[in-house]
Design a protein around this ligand. Structure first.
Ligand SMILES: [Ca+2]
Ligand SMILES: [Ca+2]
Ligand SMILES: [Ca+2]
Length: 360
């Protein structure tokens, strides 16, 4: 299926008639037990680290937007939802339920990216000590791979979502075909669910996360750009600065193997929704929220520089180094101490008359 075709399939909105994807689970465990918030949402901590993002070795189904595969560093550990956000949790925060396939423990669907932002706004307004948001696309794929490098599927190399006899994901299967006889569905695999399943019914991945493949596709924070990987930053990429579609990842109950590959990317306009798209959250303690380095922030008359393509910003008296040069060691707070290479910057003066400019 081409990118355009898969997009059309996904954009069917909240009516009926989906498309297809597929598969299962690794072995590594996260070392900490899930932490549950007041809305019943469980989170585990994913360690900082590096991984190869994009087309997996030997995966001949990759589309152009998954290439090139490239190293990405996640510089900070982060907490991510063990499960997709459920209808019960959505109801608790939002006071309603837009889902097509009803069930309190099923994932909420028929929510747009904009709807998810409103959910997050209300959840954050509860001020439980954490700031919640959608995962970046890099965080999502890093978490989905579960510490198991180079595998085309969350559960391994083979598209069939069964590992050691255990079913790995809710996909378009024989159950779906019985309800939707005209579908392209995975043959000789019956996960028992024609549509969404309650979250957590299939094997977890190496980080203890459930349904990273299948059930519902999941909104990410980033804008989707087809050629983004050709120039995305190595450290904590956050997607392009603007766009027309937000990223959705992971395939769904209406998908077959091609769509369920861990590197598969899709995009959908942020106001659109579909019965096969939901989301999960990441969160960080409010106390850990990023701020300009204290030593620099304390000084007056500094400028805030936002280097291009890094997603980072910092305060300093001098502009960043020339393009292609590393930032001074003092400012290498980003990316786990790896040199942060300057690609350009915008500048905004602190206090006084506004001064905006663009460098390089
Ligand atoms: Ca199914
Ligand atoms: Ca999912
Ligand atoms: Ca795709």
């Amino acid at each position: 299926m081409t990118w355009a075709a898969s997009f059309i399939v996904m954009a069917v909105a909240c009516a009926r008639t989906p498309a297809a994807q597929a598969e299962t689970a690794p072995t590594r465990k996260v070392e900490n037990a899930p932490q549950v918030n007041g809305c019943g949402m469980a989170f585990v901590t994913i360690p900082a680290g590096s991984f190869i993002m994009g087309c997996s070795p030997g995966d001949r189904l990759c589309e152009d937007d998954e290439k090139p595969a490239h190293e990405v560093r996640i510089s900070q550990e982060f907490e991510i939802g063990v499960y997709e956000v459920t209808q019960h949790q959505w109801l608790k925060v939002m006071g309603g339920n837009p889902s097509q396939f009803l069930g309190p423990e099923r994932p909420v669907e028929c929510v747009s990216w904009n709807d998810a932002q409103e959910f997050l706004r209300r959840l954050n307004a509860l001020e439980d000590g954490y700031r919640y948001q959608l995962p970046t696309e890099a965080e999502w794929e890093y978490a989905a791979r579960g510490g198991e490098p180079g595998r085309p599927y969350v559960w391994g190399k083979h598209p069939l979502p069964v590992v050691a006899g255990r079913k790995q994901a809710n996909v378009a299967d024989e159950s779906a075909r019985r309800v939707h006889p005209d579908w392209t569905a995975l043959r000789r695999y019956d996960d028992g669910y024609a549509e969404t399943a309650p979250v957590g019914r299939f094997a977890p991945n190496g980080y203890g996360l459930y349904d990273m493949a299948g059930n519902v596709m999941e909104w990410c924070e980033d804008w989707h750009a087809f050629w983004y990987y050709r120039r995305s930053p190595q450290c904590d990429p956050r997607g392009p600065a603007s766009g027309f579609q937000r990223v959705v990842r992971g395939g769904s109950w209406s998908g077959f193997p091609r769509n369920l590959r861990v590197s598969n990317r899709n995009g959908l306009a942020p106001h659109r929704s579909s019965y096969n798209i939901g989301f999960r959250c990441v969160r960080e303690p409010v106390s850990a929220l990023s701020a300009p380095p204290p030593r620099l922030r304390a000084e007056s008359g500094l400028a805030r520089y936002r280097p291009a393509f890094t997603g980072e910003e910092y305060w300093a008296e001098q502009p960043p180094p020339l393009p292609g040069r590393a930032f001074p060691a003092l400012l290498n707070f980003a990316c786990g101490g790896r040199p942060l290479i300057c690609l350009g910057f915008t500048v905004e003066q602190e206090g006084g008359p506004d001064r905006h400019g663009r460098g390089y």
